[in-house]
Write a new protein. Structure first.
Lengths: 210, 195
């Protein structure tokens, strides 16, 4: 064996020792992919907001709706769980739930997206619930959330202030919560993850505590 | 002949024992991140390899090139990270793959001895590919940075111009536009073959 061959073999053996290469360990558990992001408006006075309203259903974002088209709703098995968990967290933090027609300080709008790379879903999703004229939009007062887009498997929770509609007919979103993860696993596992991640969204948002 | 450790070194085989003027070097390295890299990954790396080549100018000086690859990794348990009015909770998988290439100039001491210390300095570049995976998102920065690579080591001559090497290298990356300098200290063991 020549020295050159030995050199080559030694080189290859050394490289082989590195085994798995650039990324030696990656997530293997489905919960490892669960991500919870929240952002809040620094200009909104959360301390003086006491009441909230929330719909009884969670809309399913499937793309941009045409005018007058009603959105699909999330399976109540999951939708009810989402609504209930949000209620529990809001109530335990001193908020009081009221009807949407009773001038709540904030309205909590939960939506689920299973589509890929939806950047923004439009206001039309809430025409069936929100007691105002169509054609409105929303904006983020005083901040821009780092995560303005989401991928498959997202629960989007938007808290807006119906009394502060801007001159351009935009409703301010003063708090946004985004839960992102893989829509896989058994229903019980998924329900557990929904609960825990919604809880995390509230835990990491001290501004929501009364 | 494996008798004792003969001089060796990166740089040189003993002229009286070998006519070799060039050496090929293969090293395995363990590294400790420092500076900004340490702030990102606070774990040692056991995944490193270096390839080198040296041309002996004379019995005490050598010039050549080094190329290396070191992989750093750290998993951060599920935690909440807060910045201003934003917070994010999740597990983090942090990776930095550092690829280096440099031109090296070495000075060998104790010419003709079996055990030869040496020091060197290198200039080149480091391609630091930093990846942060969190949930389904992945953030990446991959700057090229100027690299200064001082080294010190000792060679143990084996036979036929071959030698074992033990060395320490400081890979000092310099700040680039979007990332602070990526630096680490590597301890390497290697083998040098005469050409």
């Amino acid at each position: 064996m020549t020295l050159h061959r030995r050199s080559l073999i030694g080189t290859l053996a050394t490289v082989a020792l590195l085994g798995t290469g650039c990324y030696p360990e990656q997530p293997t558990d489905i919960t490892s992919f669960d991500l919870v992001f929240t952002a809040s408006s620094p200009s909104f006075d959360f301390a003086n907001a006491l009441t909230y309203a929330i719909p009884d259903s969670v809309v399913l974002v499937t793309g941009n709706l045409t005018e007058g088209e009603l959105p699909e709703m999330v399976d109540p098995l999951y939708g009810d769980q989402i609504i209930d968990r949000i209620r529990r967290n809001m109530d335990s933090r001193g908020w009081s739930e009221v009807n949407a027609a009773d001038s709540p300080d904030v309205i909590f709008l939960p939506a689920v997206s299973k589509t890929e790379n939806v950047t923004v879903y439009n206001w039309g999703y809430w025409g069936w619930y929100y007691p105002y004229a169509p054609g409105w939009g929303w904006y983020y007062p005083g901040y821009v959330p780092s995560y303005s887009s989401y991928t498959s498997g997202s629960l989007i929770m938007l808290m807006n202030v119906p009394a502060d509609v801007s001159a351009s007919n935009n409703v301010p979103i003063v708090w946004v919560g985004l839960v992102n993860g893989l829509l896989e696993g058994t229903s019980s596992t998924l329900l557990d993850r929904i609960e825990s991640t919604i809880d995390e969204a509230f835990e990491q948002s001290p501004v929501l505590k009364r | 002949m494996l008798r004792y450790f003969l001089p060796l070194a990166l740089l040189v085989a003993v002229p009286s024992l070998s006519k070799a003027q060039n050496l090929t070097i293969v090293e395995y390295s363990v590294a400790i991140p420092v500076g900004d890299l340490n702030s990102f990954i606070d774990e040692p790396s056991f995944r490193g390899v270096n390839l080198g080549y040296r041309h002996m100018i004379d019995g005490t000086r050598a010039v050549g090139i080094d190329m290396g690859w070191q992989t750093f990794f750290e998993k951060k348990d599920r935690a909440t990270y807060t910045v201003d009015n934003e917070a994010i909770t999740g597990e983090q998988y942090r990776y930095t793959n550092a690829f280096t290439a440099s031109v090296q100039l070495d000075h060998i001491f104790r010419e003709g001895e079996d055990i030869r210390p040496y020091i060197g300095i290198g200039l080149g570049t480091i391609y630091a590919r930093r990846t942060l995976d969190m949930g389904l998102y992945s953030l990446e920065k991959d700057p090229w940075q100027f690299l200064l690579q001082p080294e010190a080591g000792v060679s143990f001559y084996l036979a036929n111009g071959n030698a074992l090497l033990l060395s320490a290298n400081y890979y000092a990356g310099f700040k680039s536009k979007d990332l602070a300098g990526q630096s680490y200290v590597a301890i390497s063991i290697g083998y040098a073959f005469e050409n």
